[in-house]
Design a protein around this ligand. Structure first.
Ligand code: AMP
Length: 112
């Protein structure tokens, strides 16, 4: 059986996180090692390994949640970057689907 991952432990309140927004299905919390003045991670509460495991229903609901977060953070006009890393070459460290939302700094167009 797969061991409970770090983000599932955050969902279950077994380890602390600075939560920005949540509903029954999704959670958004500040990244522990922020790469921008705002760096928030968005996850589905139910484990999905990565973007390869999404479907239209999940992404539809997750997109609505992310847009709600965008308004909560007041970055709709100033802009932001959404990134999801997948697998080894994608640089994914935590095997639980998450989007990074980075904002409040002019980000380089560098995907190195
Ligand atoms: P990725 O490389 O896309 O899998 O990103 C994983 C992210 O999770 C990194 O930006 C980490 O800084 C972040 N992270 C790891 N552990 C925690 C934690 N306990 N709370 C918040 N963010 C975390």
């Amino acid at each position: 059986m797969r061991e409970k991952g770090i983000f599932e432990k955050i969902v279950d309140r077994e380890i602390p996180a600075n939560i920005v927004l949540e509903n029954d299905e999704f959670m958004a919390f500040h990244d522990i090692a922020p790469k921008a003045p705002i760096h928030v991670l968005i996850i589905p509460k139910k484990w999905v390994k990565d973007f390869n495991g999404v479907n239209a229903d999940l992404m539809g609901k997750m997109s609505e949640f992310i847009l709600q977060l965008v308004d909560t953070l007041e970055v709709r006009e100033s802009g932001y970057r959404l990134v999801t890393n997948i697998g080894t070459d994608g640089g994914q460290e935590v095997p639980h689907l998450h989007f990074h939302l980075l904002a409040k700094r002019k980000l380089e167009a560098n995907f190195g």
